[in-house]
Design a protein around this ligand. Structure first.
Ligand code: FAD
Length: 473
């Protein structure tokens, strides 16, 4: 119920305080704009800080620790009676969320960003209505940025009930380790969270429609991941479709091969549905002001993050593409820069991506397949972590680094890495791409020894036929 109505003005209104919105608001304030940041949720930070990137990585780390202490026998470490208190693990994770989201509030306050709590809707080209706890607030703006993010997609036949059929949010809040978990969707979120529960002791089955994991990457990546997941005891049903949920204790997930054949019933105490995300664009008043979306509801923008309506920008998950926090950060800086008259655009060479499974998968630039499809005469070099002293010392020799380059010019086109901790050096590989580096540039760069990042230098040297720590092909 609207109990009152007030109005305010500002130069820029930002809707949504996730990685897109809060970064845009802070940057705008740094550049001297009077900014209002509107957030409907109880905390700033969006999906990323509250129920996405950070909480999932905290749970991954904790489950790795629980797993590693049980697996230390070959190094002479045996720990008996290891027990996991999931409720405490979740409390620890929530403590991190509280610290980080509070930190964002502090940074916004320090930058002079005004925060308004409530649900925003565009009601005119230059006016927002915000439903706050105290009533309706009208905000008149000169320019606006829509950064409302995305939500998990529902799967027909598997309606969420928050306990038996859950999404990623609930999977990060369980207080008991499920006996049997079925994960529907073998994308990165499903695989990361499925691995967490497998390492904590659940029986985990993953049902994926496509015939292989990591289908956007070169086949050896999915093969390495599949091998390791099977070694961990994750049951993989690739090329299978989840069709129905049958009641019972446990419930049964009915799945069938995509290319025909007998259906199978997989028992589940908990079903985690992770089949994609949809943009939060439907109740924003976009039609009222004439902002164009595509047929899935993602807002259409150009490389300056401008929508078709002058003065209205959109960034982050709500515009589609790679639904990743660091893409949202960059788009936020571009939109803020454009609003402040800077000559900037989203023209990055690469948006790196990481899957935090065991082993991690990190990639930047083109895959070998994509490079060939674009007509490059391709040369590749691969270095296996089986030959890496650092990987051996970490007892993590699964994986490799592969460098993909144009054979004629020697320019690096892409890097794919599979292995422990590879997320930490994919930024270096991305810098190489952004700077138009050639194989020699990375090959001549001294990498500290012993590190996993040496494998990047070795892979590049292998592409040059100059590998030292493995036999050149
Ligand atoms: P969001 O983070 O979704 O924020 C949008 C905000 O807008 C929300 O706070 C919402 O409450 C608010 N809002 C929506 N509508 C309104 C309205 N009408 N009025 C006011 N406020 C509104 N990305 C990575 O890069 N690395 C990872 O490791 C990673 N892990 C992930 C793990 C999981 C389990 C999930 C679910 C996601 C993960 N992501 C990861 C994706 C990442 O979280 C998103 O890409 C990122 O949060 C998108 O940022 P955003 O600002 O566009 O939107």
């Amino acid at each position: 119920m609207v109990v009152g109505s007030a109005s305010r003005g500002c130069q820029v209104a930002v809707i949504g305080a996730g990685p897109g919105g809060y970064v845009a608001a802070i940057r705008l304030a740094q550049l001297g704009k009077d900014v209002i940041l509107v957030e409907r949720g109880p905390r700033l930070g969006g999906i990323c800080l509250n129920e996405g990137c950070i909480p999932s990585k905290a749970m991954i780390h904790a489950s790795d620790l629980a797993y590693d202490v049980r697996e230390g026998a070959s190094m002479g470490i045996s720990v008996s009676n290891v027990s996991v208190d999931l409720a405490q693990m979740v409390r620890w994770k929530n403590g991190i969320v509280t610290r980080l989201t509070g930190g964002i509030k502090f940074l916004c306050d320090k930058a002079g960003v005004e925060i308004v709590r409530g649900e925003a809707e565009l009601i005119e080209e230059r006016r927002l209505s915000v439903q706050t706890a105290d009533g309706q607030l009208l905000i008149d703006f000169e320019q606006a940025i829509v950064a409302t993010g995305s939500s998990p997609m529902e799967l027909p036949g598997f309606p969420w009930d928050g306990t038996r059929v859950i999404g990623s949010r609930e999977a990060l809040e369980l207080d008991q380790i499920p006996g049997r978990m079925v994960v529907i969707g073998g994308g990165y979120i499903g695989l990361e969270l499925g691995s967490v529960y497998r390492k904590l002791g659940s029986e985990v089955a993953v049902v994926e429609f496509l015939p292989r994991l990591a289908p956007a990457l070169d086949p050896e990546v999915g093969e390495a991941l599949t091998r390791r997941l099977e070694q961990l005891g994750v049951e993989l049903y690739l090329g299978h479709k989840a069709e129905a949920l049958e009641d019972g204790e446990p419930a049964q997930v009915v799945i069938s091969p995509v290319d025909g054949g007998e259906s199978v019933r997989v028992p589940a105490d908990v079903v985690l549905v992770s089949v994609g995300r949809v943009p939060n664009s439907s109740s924003l008043g976009l039609e009222t002001v004439g902002v164009d979306t595509d047929d899935k509801g993602f807002i259409q923008v150009n490389e300056k993050m401008q929508t078709n309506v002058p003065g209205i920008y959109a960034i982050g998950d709500v515009v589609g593409g790679a639904l990743l926090a660091h893409k949202a950060y960059q788009e936020a800086k571009v939109a803020a820069g454009v609003i402040c008259g800077e000559s900037v655009a989203f023209d990055n060479v690469s948006i790196p991506a990481v899957i935090y499974t065991d082993p991690e998968i990190a990639m930047t630039g083109l895959t070998e397949t994509a490079a060939r499809e674009r007509g490059h005469n391709v040369v590749t070099g691969t270095f296996s972590f089986k030959a890496s002293g650092r990987a051996m010392s970490l007892d993590s020799t699964e994986g490799f680094v592969k460098a993909i380059a144009d054979a004629d010019s020697g320019r690096i086109l892409g890097i794919v890495a599979v292995g422990r901790g590879v997320s930490e050096f994919i930024g270096e590989a991305t810098l190489a791409l952004e700077m138009g580096a050639f194989l020699e540039d990375v090959g001549l760069t001294i990498h500290p020894h012993p590190t996993m990042s040496e494998a990047l230098q070795e892979a590049v040297e292998a592409a040059l036929g100059k590998a030292i720590h493995q036999v050149n092909r």
